[in-house]
Design a protein around this ligand. Structure first.
Ligand code: ATP
Ligand code: MG
Length: 418
């Protein structure tokens, strides 16, 4: 096993998610699922795993909605996915399409006698469905109810898709209408797909985006399941395995130092840490507990790792300018002091907002920062802390205080070993 940084992981590289996957399958017996996790925690890997080894009589098909920019494109994507997953349904679908000849002329012609429609067909179908797309797509999709199979649609990047709707000119009203259509498709006893389930993955809090457009109730049929860090024993075993397979002997104390530096055992961060340790060891450095700390400060948090975390900073640009400034102020403060009471954060917020924002706005911002996995409330003290050590250290280094007290200006604090 080698460090695997970036693309979804498969097979034996997918570490420590068996229990989570079992839990999702169990939930799917009764409900569709909202798979919630911060960026890079392994959602796509888990969704692929669901589809690679579907349980019982389920079939599972993966859809990436990241590039889907309109509601009608999404509806066609669903039909396309069902076509791929269910050869036995294709005849039913084709018949239904032919009955829709009033509006589906171009796609019927494009389908012709082809048994596997090409890209042109799917484009024609999208054009044919454009007007009245809700009714037309529902008419076609409903035929899935008669399919002799149970299907899971694993749909990745729901929130990114909804943002793309907005960016490509779908109005809030039309996005709301889309969300109601989608809920109807999942749940309606008469027309909904009772033999299908949906796993909707989202790396950013979809709740915030939906409540801003008054559509939070459109996902209340979904069972939220949160994908978090690995269990401590799995995190420890993953790091040990990666180092071991690279032929490195690293003491238990040094491995513990590596995991302590990262904080919660997010597999992606363990992979980055393992990769950096392997590179350092191969370059002749000692990787004892202090060496590990140096590697963490210098390499894991180094400028070339910026892309791993930069999206957390970039995402805040989606806020309006005043909220953006306020969110940055709160995060900068938390990065420096590590933990802060709500009242302290409110004081910072109120001073900066002057009278442009209310206390309710402040509470909403804290909730958004929590659902987007920047911060969490410490259950013991109620104080707010950064969600992970590594994100906090990174934030402090690159976006810390402007008065020269950030670690950025100090550089690595730990001397070399040996
Ligand atoms: N179970 C796992 N075992 C080992 N490594 C993992 C696991 N899950 C995720 N990773 C690590 O995290 C990286 C990202 O995984 P994946 O693409 O599945 O995450 P994601 O949550 O879908 O990310 P994004 O939010 O960017 O879409 C992988 O390249 C790998 O380094
Ligand atoms: Mg992903």
């Amino acid at each position: 096993m080698r460090p695997w940084i970036g693309a979804p992981v498969w097979g034996e590289d997918l570490w420590g998610r068996e229990a989570f996957i079992r839990r999702v399958w169990q939930a799917l017996e009764a409900n569709s699922v909202l798979l919630v996790a911060p960026r890079r925690f392994g959602k796509t890997s888990v969704m692929h795993a669901l589809c690679e080894e579907p349980r019982g009589t389920w079939k599972c098909v993966y859809l990436n909605a990241e590039y889907t920019t309109t509601p009608v494109a999404f509806a066609v994507q669903l039909i396309h996915a069902a076509w791929e997953a269910l050869p036995s349904w294709r005849t039913t679908f084709t018949k239904r399409l032919e009955q829709a000849k009033q509006w589906a002329r171009a796609s019927i012609a494009a389908l012709g006698v082809a048994t596997s429609p090409d890209q042109g067909f799917w484009l024609d179908l999208r054009r044919d469905m454009e007007r009245e797309w809700q009714l037309r797509s529902l008419d076609l999709l409903q035929t899935l109810r008669g399919a002799d199979a149970r299907v899971v649609f694993a749909i990745d990047e729901l929130a990114v898709m909804l943002e793309a709707f907005r960016d490509y000119g779908t109005s809030e009203a039309d996005t709301r209408s889309f969300l109601h259509w989608f809920r109807h498709l999942r749940t309606d006893p008469g027309e909904g797909l009772r033999n299908c389930r949906f796993v909707l993955g989202s790396s950013i809090g979809v709740e915030g985006a939906l409540s801003r457009i008054g559509a939070i109730d459109t996902i209340n049929d979904l069972q939220p399941i949160v994908l978090l860090e690995l269990a401590p024993a799995d995190a420890k075993a993953l790091l040990a395995r990666l180092l071991d397979d690279a032929g490195l002997r690293v003491s238990p104390a040094a491995q513990k130092a590596a995991l302590d530096a990262i904080g919660p055992g997010v597999p992606f961060f363990i992979q980055i840490m393992a990769d950096a340790l392997i590179a350092a060891a191969w370059a002749g450095e000692k990787v004892g507990p202090r060496g590990v700390r140096l590697v963490y400060e210098r390499d894991v948090l180094g400028t070339h790792s910026r892309t791993y975390f930069e999206h957390y900073y970039d995402r805040l640009r989606r806020y309006d300018p005043v909220d953006h400034d306020l969110a940055l102020a709160l995060l900068r403060h938390l990065a420096e002091v590590q933990r802060a009471a709500t009242s302290t954060l409110w004081a910072i917020y109120a001073r900066r907002a002057r009278d442009r924002r209310s206390h309710d706005d402040f509470r909403r911002m804290l909730a958004d920062l929590e659902t987007d996995f920047y911060i969490r409330a410490d259950a013991a003290t109620g104080e707010h802390v950064f969600w992970s050590n590594i994100l906090r250290d990174w934030w402090r280094r690159y976006y810390g205080m402007e008065d020269g007290h950030s670690t950025h200006t100090r550089g690595p604090r730990v001397p070399r070993e040996g």
